[in-house]
Design a protein around this ligand. Structure first.
Ligand SMILES: *Cc1c(COP(=O)(O)O)cnc(C)c1O
Length: 809
């Protein structure tokens, strides 16, 4: 970086500190510096943002709108600096003024507007769209409280509100003048017009104002800046004069104001587990109504084309079924406001909407009670009813072979609206998120719909943004890779494959080893600061970080720890490579068993970490408050990536991809994208174990699994379960009995005991492999080399080519 630019930067920081903060450099806190740097980045971004939107308008290009209830974007300063090409200078200047860059960047509070994988995927997609110069924008909700902040107190998860907006969010711009009115409830009146068609009018609706806050999405060093538009709910005042006249009335109506602001008040903390709460339904409609009104307004203003040509310029991808009310909402606008006939409106709608499915777990498939829908959204409910009637009639008359399946396909059945069915019927594309997941959708979960609409189903294996998850979070590894194969991989991640040529070069492998070792040392320091536990960076860092769920089987992992601990108690001189088990996970606040598992992990940690007889061979670390920033700290230091879901349950997983890209070796089941990792690196370069999806599905259908038999025949298992039951790990008797009962009396629904033995054996292979340093490093580099496929750039290219049909700017 030229000295001149550096000096200019430094001068600018100093002068802005004076003018914006009234401070001299030596009095400035990290937060002051954070504020200054982010405002300097904004000065760079804003003109590019305006220019990008102008170009889109001039070129009249087709745009994709990604509508999602969650965007887990994490923090933005460092990635914006990187994408603007300013990261290096910023790091240098901060160091020259005696500031630690990471400490400055970490002043930003994560935007935790998502639960986990689904929300993080949306964030990675936003980045890849901009970085590949595609016109793509996101629509989401500006929750005032993101996902709760987790504390662990006496081993228990405690949830605190995440008020991420408390010291202003540097990256948002409020656009009050573009606010949109949303209607709930009210009376629907039907008239017959002179031409014989029906006309609908609504009265006495509850009005809510949707105010957009725009966040710039900066492409990687390409001057493209797209928009993530987040809606905030505010009271709607019909008549401003009235407000002045009756101001005090509005002022005193705080309950009303509060109940409206609740709509964008907080993110529901349940990932995948659906709860039929009215406020959640309000949030969903609030998101889709504001977004589609905005899309139509923009289309009319910029394209000057008749609305029937909407599908030529607009495609809307809905992230899971949460935004599927966009289908009846678009129908409503086209018919009630734009005078389209049903058939013409349906033609437009079903050529604009595309749907991504994220799970096959039945408890996660969304349904809403018809009574709730009817009361909250009367006109929308009428339209869903009509969609359903026409759909069922169509099957009855045109698909005799499916007649007896109508009860399993109807959008409204047993007094519930089935959102996945609505999404399938109302969209032109339905995609799963990994090959096996899409196959299960086609062959099992959505088999009848696949018979009906085979051409709609397609796969788009998930990906991660390799610039954030490698270049940004692991600069040492990225630097080494660039040293070896040049920088092309940053634009074309598949080029990482060039590393294969060097994967047996022992001097190079040593360099990779040094990088991993430094990353582990850094994480060890963080662990010490956070927990007071000293971990040895020569031990194997065995990492499982993800939402806590029975199907993800953190329990299997902690059973392995208990098995090792019991072995060590029998034989303290056991020759084993020391291990550090690292966990991080939030449980949904209402998910009792998940919280029990967190408590168990922490209990085991508190015993194992302080038992001097085992000579520090085992450490168990639970890092609290798992979020994007914590993931960024842990992933570069992982040796082992635990991806051990019950086969068939994990649609794709993306944590597996992040860790592979950072050189961790996967211990995993043949589930989700693990299978596609295996296809690339081969079983020699990872550790596959356990039941297959077919075996699991067969057990579910035909029975034949008895957990109690394993308990009775495997002493290792019996010992662990008895330890839980007899309170050996609890302070009082009843602790952990629920876990015990769930496994033995509910027949271990996620096959923890069934996979226990193969899992233990696989970990013995892990240990053997780790003892052979060069082989291990070779495996690790092989994984990095093949990880390019899992860049979200590849995923986005596939969406563009096969679903969205966009042109690059
Ligand atoms: C990547 C990521 C996830 C998803 O992890 P999985 O292992 O795929 O479940 C969840 N939360 C955060 C913060 C992430 O970064």
């Amino acid at each position: 970086m030229p000295q001149l630019t550096r000096d200019l930067w430094k001068e600018k920081i100093i002068s802005k500190l004076k003018s914006d903060k009234g401070k001299e450099l030596e009095d400035a806190s990290n937060k002051d510096i954070y504020d200054i740097i982010s405002s300097m980045v904004n000065e760079e971004i804003m003109p590019q943002w305006v220019a990008t939107q102008k170009k889109y308008k001039e070129e009249n290009c087709k745009q994709v709108y990604y509508v999602s209830m969650e965007f887990l974007i994490g923090s933005l300063l460092e990635s914006n600096l990187l994408n603007c090409g300013m990261l290096q200078i910023s790091n240098e200047v901060l160091e020259s003024i005696g500031k630690n860059p990471q400490e400055v960047y970490s002043q930003e509070h994560d935007a935790g507007l998502g639960n986990g994988g689904l929300g993080r995927l949306a964030a990675c997609f936003m980045d890849s769209l901009a970085s590949l110069s595609y016109p793509g924008h996101g629509f989401g909700i500006r929750y005032r409280y993101g996902l709760f902040e987790q504390r662990i107190i006496h081993g228990n998860q405690i949830e605190l509100p995440d008020y991420w907006l408390k010291d202003n969010y540097a990256w948002e711009t409020r656009k009050e003048e573009e606010a949109i009115c949303i209607h709930f409830r009210g009376d629907v009146h039907m008239f017959r017009k002179n031409d014989g068609n029906l006309e609908f009018k609504y009265e006495n609706t509850d009005k809510v104002l949707a105010v957009p806050y725009d966040v710039p999405i900066v492409g990687f060093q390409n001057q493209v800046v797209n928009t993530l538009r987040l809606w905030s709910a505010e009271p709607y005042y019909e008549d401003k004069d009235n407000v002045y006249r009756e101001g005090s009335k509005y002022y005193h109506d705080l309950d009303h104001k509060h109940s409206i602001e609740q709509i964008s008040g907080f993110l529901y903390p349940d990932d995948s587990n659906h709860e039929g709460k009215e406020l959640r339904l309000k949030q969903q409609y609030f998101l889709v109504s504001s977004s589609i009104q905005n899309i139509i307004h923009h289309f009319k203003k910029n394209y000057k084309l008749p609305l029937k040509r909407l599908p030529e310029k607009v495609v809307i991808q809905i992230n899971d079924t949460h935004p599927s009310l966009i289908i009846p909402e678009l129908m409503r606008i086209l018919m009630d406001e734009e005078n389209f006939s049903w058939n013409n409106a349906w033609e437009i709608t079903t050529n604009v909407i595309a749907y991504t499915n994220h799970t096959i777990m039945s408890e996660a498939l969304e349904t809403w009670p018809t009574s709730m829908m009817q009361e909250l959204l009367p006109r929308i409910y009428m339209i869903i009813n009509e969609i359903n009637e026409r759909f069922c009639k169509g099957i009855w008359f045109d698909h005799e072979e499916l007649r007896n399946q109508i009860p399993n396909m109807a959008i409204i059945a047993d007094n519930y609206v089935h959102m996945a069915r609505l999404a399938i019927v109302g969209s032109f594309s339905i995609n799963g998120v990994a090959r096996i997941h899409t196959e299960i959708l086609k062959k099992q979960e959505m088999k009848i719909f696949y018979q009906l609409y085979p051409e709609r189903f397609n796969n788009k294996t998930n990906g991660i943004n390799h610039r954030r998850w490698l270049l940004q979070v692991n600069p040492k590894l990225a630097g080494l890779i660039t040293d070896v194969i040049g920088p092309q991989w940053i634009q074309r991640p598949k080029q990482l494959i060039s590393l294969l040529k060097y994967s047996k070069d022992s001097s190079l492998l040593e360099r990779f080893d040094t990088v991993k070792s430094e990353n582990k040392q850094r994480l060890a320091n963080y662990i010490y600061e956070q927990t007071g536990v000293l971990v040895d960076h020569h031990s194997i860092f065995d990492v499982q970080i993800k939402r806590l769920h029975e199907y993800k089987r953190q329990l299997l992992n902690i059973f392995h720890v208990l098995y090792l601990y019991n072995e060590l108690k029998e034989n303290p001189n056991l020759n084993m490579v020391p291990r550090t088990f690292i966990f991080a996970a939030k449980a949904a606040p209402s998910y009792h068993l998940a919280k029990e598992i967190i408590k168990l992990i922490n209990k085991v940690a508190s015993i194992v970490n302080y038992d001097t007889t085992i000579q520090n061979k085992l450490k168990v670390i639970f890092l609290e408050n798992y979020n994007v920033s914590l993931a960024e700290k842990i992933i570069p230091a992982a040796d082992i990536s635990e991806q051990i879901s019950t086969a068939s349950k994990e649609a794709s997983g993306t944590g597996n991809m992040k860790m592979m890209m950072n050189g961790a070796l996967t211990v995993g089941t043949l589930d989700g994208a693990n299978i596609e990792i295996r296809d690339l690196v081969g079983e020699r370069n990872m550790f596959i174990f356990g039941l297959t999806a077919d075996e699991v599905l067969n057990y579910y259908q035909n029975g034949g699994y008895r957990a109690i038999d394993i308990y009775n025949t495997d002493d290792r298992v019996k010992r662990i379960l008895d330890q839980l039951n007899q309170g050996e790990f609890g302070s009082h008797e009843i602790e952990f009995k629920d876990i015990y009962y769930n496994i033995l009396y509910h027949n271990d629904p996620y096959f923890v005991l069934k996979d226990f033995e193969p899992y233990i054996e696989t970990h013995e292979l892990v240990e053997q492999a780790y003892r052979d340093k060069l082989t291990w490093l070779n495996m690790s580099v092989t994984n990095i080399a093949y990880s390019g496929k899992f860049s979200s750039d590849r995923t986005i290219q596939e969406y563009v080519a096969e679903i969205w049909k966009l042109k690059k700017l």
